[in-house]
Design a protein around this ligand. Structure first.
Ligand code: ARG
Length: 255
């Protein structure tokens, strides 16, 4: 039975491998549709409003892809499955607020950044506001995020608690189960503005990062097409309008 199951999984693996190949820009163009994966649980960037996927990077992707003369087929999946699925050719691009890091750049290719941000320290205790004040503390972060990576590098943190979704990391802080939460500056801005009653105190940046779309390594023509579309929406006011709609300011990289 075991041997049968093994043979079966090898065979389906081969069949799947044959069916889903990395698509070149020409193949994507010929199909008319680009498959873009995101998470759908990271407001204001990608989230569900009822059954509708929306957010800053969802509308931005739609505007860019329109410039490319294509349509989008969205996939919404767990954050830490997104880059792996790209490498397995399950979609053409990932837009889920991924910061450009050296480690990720070894596995995937990044386009030009579409916003610049950073990880902020958030607490209910105003004295917990910088890296030094996290010594001996418990910190909530999203699994697989740059927040997790950067908090893990700190010396003296009592415990790094990982949550599959960033909103769960925030809930842990709100419920008093951790001392701090590290998340994106604009996620924090949205959370504190929409829920002023939570009593969250915003501290310092732990690090800054540039956020870009990820595509399969080697797919340079696709990266060039996405970069061109991004430059167009940045220049014609589309980017600014979408950014102000979701974040009330223009979050493009200034340098
Ligand atoms: N910017 C952080 C990173 O690069 C977090 C991204 C989280 N994205 C999401 N869709 N939950 O890891």
């Amino acid at each position: 039975m075991k041997r049968f199951l093994f043979a079966f999984s090898v065979l389906t693996g081969l069949l799947l491998g044959a069916a889903v190949q990395a698509r070149s820009l020409d193949e994507i163009k010929a199909s008319g549709t680009i498959i873009v994966a995101t998470e759908g649980a990271y407001p204001p960037f990608n989230f569900f409003q009822g059954s509708k996927l929306t957010g800053f990077e969802v509308e931005l992707a739609e505007a860019m892809v329109k410039k490319m003369g294509l349509k989008i087929e969205w996939k919404a999946l767990a954050f830490d499955a997104l880059l792996a699925g790209l490498r397995q050719d399950r979609w053409d691009m990932v837009m889920a607020s991924f910061g450009v890091t050296d480690a990720r750049s070894k596995a995937v290719m990044f386009t030009n950044p579409y916003y610049c941000s950073g990880g902020l320290i958030v607490s209910k205790d105003a004295t917990i506001k910088d890296a030094a004040s996290l010594v001996g503390k418990t910190v909530a972060v999203q699994t697989g995020s740059t927040y997790m990576e950067n908090v893990r590098k700190l010396v003296g943190v009592k415990e790094v608690k990982n949550f599959p979704q960033d909103t769960d990391a925030r809930s842990a802080l709100v419920a008093g189960r951790v001392d701090a939460w590290v998340s994106d500056r604009f996620v924090v801005k949205t959370a504190t503005e929409t829920n002023p009653g939570l009593g969250l105190k915003v501290g310092d940046y732990l690090f800054v990062e540039r956020i870009a779309a990820a595509i399969k390594k080697g797919n340079a023509p696709l990266a060039a097409a996405v970069d061109k579309a991004l430059a167009e929406v940045l220049a014609d006011g589309t980017y600014k309008a979408i950014s102000e709609k979701f974040i009330k300011e223009d979050i493009r990289c200034k340098s």
